[in-house]
Design a protein around this ligand. Structure first.
Ligand code: ADP
Ligand code: MG
Ligand code: ZN
Length: 606
């Protein structure tokens, strides 16, 4: 509202500045430029030039003589004073130089003012309007509230309506949100008892788990307007707008109650306000305004604020206290059942051919988020189209999982025969170590077709079910499998290559976590050596130990990996014959299935 008054005023400032600038140009800069171009000469120089045939044109006026000379092909505009010299016209005549007397101008005040002021001001004001309009455009769909529009876009319940059916899995989240939907549908029931509806609910979880989706679905289920706004929009264009935007948002929401306001990525404005360093006043004011607004409106009006974040640990505690975002709904990465459900929701939107082994695809995608699964289904549909089919098959899905994990196949990559052999032994090394372990995930597929991600081949293991707890033995087995590739290279070729870099990275991470986070080393036992780190976005935590201990940790990590490596070498040496047979078969076929692999390993015919 302030801006309605403020804006016209700032437009007048703008015009005043334009007027000043134009005046400056007209009376100071222009004459300077003009005079800089005109060379002032003596009268005798002028006469000399005339005699040297350099002058091409002369113009007389009462106070000065302007003339143009041409020297070495360059033109100069010069002027000199008037000397009473009656021979001059004759002289010019002889030299055949055109000369004119200036026609005394009747100065047209109106026209000259129009050109020196009117035109520039018109131009500037056109440009100015353009700029102002652009600013407004960038402020979001509704822009500044000059025209009395609000800030957030109103989603009418019927446009782009999502319901809980679109959100697969996440049953716990749905259950906690059910109460809010029920409140929005029958507020009387709650008011009779005197119960207040929670004002704010914070959706917390890793990216792509459907936080935005479920917020929209809550509005859809309750059939109320949905006001989405992203945290970053508050802090966007103009300094000082953030707090005003919060006010406007709540004003509009209050008018539309019951409704749902959704603040996405709330951590942009809701960061803890403690640090003395890097204070961002703008953000702080916006947050303060948000806190005030949340306190201001009554819980029973039916405005419910949902907010989403994947960094709950950075949020300001004031935001989380009762009466504000006092409820947290966790959206975790889907488990096996959840992944199946999500795949099914998205598969419903594409045409499928016959039976799709959803369970298998779900098992392949442990750790994938809802967004990734949606992407996998879409990739599969694209692949079906590429292959000239009109429906999606299981193999499309499997292939697109691989594409998402390892990149697309690079069919025309050129590897020398020797390199291919090394890759084949490397992959067989992984697979063989895995197969010889009891209880590790069965090998599903081995391929030595290079991928665009840079992988020259890979071995895919698919767990039979879902695992939530990993034992120390599991971790050690996993390490051995990771070491199997490099170990095979060493056992067979007695030389090692760069092909194991990814394995080394993963193995080190596992071993380090075993020591610093999971208390799985004998030396340190249950001692946390690392804290923090974001649960959802990954990223390392902070080491909490002294430098001496850190050195011991490194040693421990090294020992664990070395032990796993020795284990892998031992397994491979024991199965040296089989390894040759398997690698030969893989070299020939380039891609083999887990079944083929097991049959050869067990000595059966393929
Ligand atoms: P977030 O806000 O948590 O980062 P989104 O809600 O934007 O994630 O999810 C992105 C997309 O992923 C959704 O549009 C949807 O297609 C898909 N998706 C994520 N979770 C689910 C789910 N549980 N059920 C169905 N689709 C999902
Ligand atoms: Mg989101
Ligand atoms: Zn490897």
């Amino acid at each position: 509202m302030q801006d309605q008054k403020k804006n016209p005023r700032s437009i007048w400032y703008y015009y005043a500045i334009v007027f000043l600038v134009v005046t400056l140009i007209r009376w100071l800069i222009m004459p300077m430029i003009m005079s800089a171009q005109v060379k002032v000469t003596n009268y005798s120089e002028f006469i000399n030039s005339v005699e040297a045939d350099e002058v091409t044109q002369v113009q007389f006026s009462d106070t000065e003589i302007k003339y143009i000379t041409e020297k070495d092909g360059k033109m100069y505009l010069c002027k000199t004073g008037v000397v009473d010299n009656p021979q001059l016209p004759q002289m010019l005549q002889e030299k055949n130089i055109t000369y004119t007397a200036e026609i005394p101008e009747t100065p047209n005040v109106f026209l000259s003012l129009l050109f020196s002021y009117g035109l520039p001001i018109l131009l500037f004001s056109l440009i100015g309007r353009r700029i102002i309009r652009n600013f407004r455009g960038k402020m979001g769909p509704a822009g500044l509230s000059i025209h009395g529009q609000g800030t957030a876009k109103v989603y009418k319940p019927d446009e782009d309506k999502k319901t809980f059916k679109d959100v697969a899995g996440q049953e716990e989240a749905k259950e906690s949100l059910m109460e809010i939907i029920d409140y929005l549908n029958n507020p009387i029931k709650y008011q009779e008892v005197g119960a207040q509806c929670p004002k704010g609910v914070l959706l917390v979880g890793p990216p792509g788990t459907g936080k935005t989706l479920i917020a929209k679905a809550v509005a859809g289920e309750a059939d109320v307007p949905f006001f989405p706004i992203s945290g970053s929009e508050f802090v966007e264009m103009f300094v000082g707008r953030g707090a005003a935007r919060v006010r406007e948002l709540f004003e509009q929401a209050n008018k539309q109650a019951p409704c749902i306001v959704f603040i996405d990525e709330i951590d942009t404005i809701g960061k803890r306000r403690d640090s003395q360093f890097s204070t961002n006043d703008e953000r702080e004011q916006t947050l303060n305004q948000l806190l005030t607004e949340m306190d201001g409106f009554e819980g029973n009006k039916g405005v419910i604020i949902l907010a989403a974040t994947n960094r709950p640990e950075v949020l300001d505690p004031a935001l989380l206290r009762p009466g504000r975002f006092d409820r947290q709904v966790r959206m975790e990465l889907p488990d096996l059942k959840g992944r199946e459900a999500i795949l099914e929701v998205h598969l419903n939107r594409v045409k499928t051919a016959g039976d799709i082994d959803v369970n298998f695809v779900a098992r392949m995608t442990a750790g994938a988020s809802g967004a990734q699964l949606a992407n996998i289904v879409n990739e599969a549909a694209l692949r079906a189209v590429r292959m000239g089919r009109n429906s999606v098959t299981t193999s499309d899905l499997v292939e697109s999982v691989e594409t998402v994990i390892a990149g697309a196949e690079k069919k025309n990559a050129i590897l020398s025969k020797k390199e291919k052999e090394i890759v084949a032994y490397h992959e067989i090394g992984h697979a063989l170590v895995a197969a010889k372990q009891s209880g590790s995930a069965p090998v599903q597929k081995i391929t030595i077709i290079p991928r665009t991600s840079g992988a020259l081949g890979y071995t895919m293991q698919v767990e039979e079910g879902e695992k939530s707890l990993f034992s120390r033995e599991d971790a050690l087995q996993r390490l051995e499998v990771l070491c199997g590739g490099r170990a095979a290279e060493e056992v067979v070729f007695d030389s090692i290559t760069t092909g194991a870099s990814n394995d080394i990275e993963k193995a080190t991470e596992i071993a380090r976590n075993m020591v610093t986070r999971y208390g799985m080393s004998e030396k340190f036992g249950m001692m946390a050596l690392e804290t923090g780190g974001n649960n959802y976005l990954g990223g390392g935590g902070q080491s909490t130990c002294s430098p001496e201990t850190a050195r011991l940790v490194d040693e421990e990590v090294r020992d664990i990996i070395a032990e796993a490596y020795d284990g892998a070498v031992k397994t491979l040496k024991e199965n040296r014959e089989k390894m040759n047979e398997l690698a030969g078969y893989l070299l020939e076929k380039e891609t083999i299935t887990g079944d083929e692999f097991m049959k050869i390993l067990e000595g059966k015919a393929v």
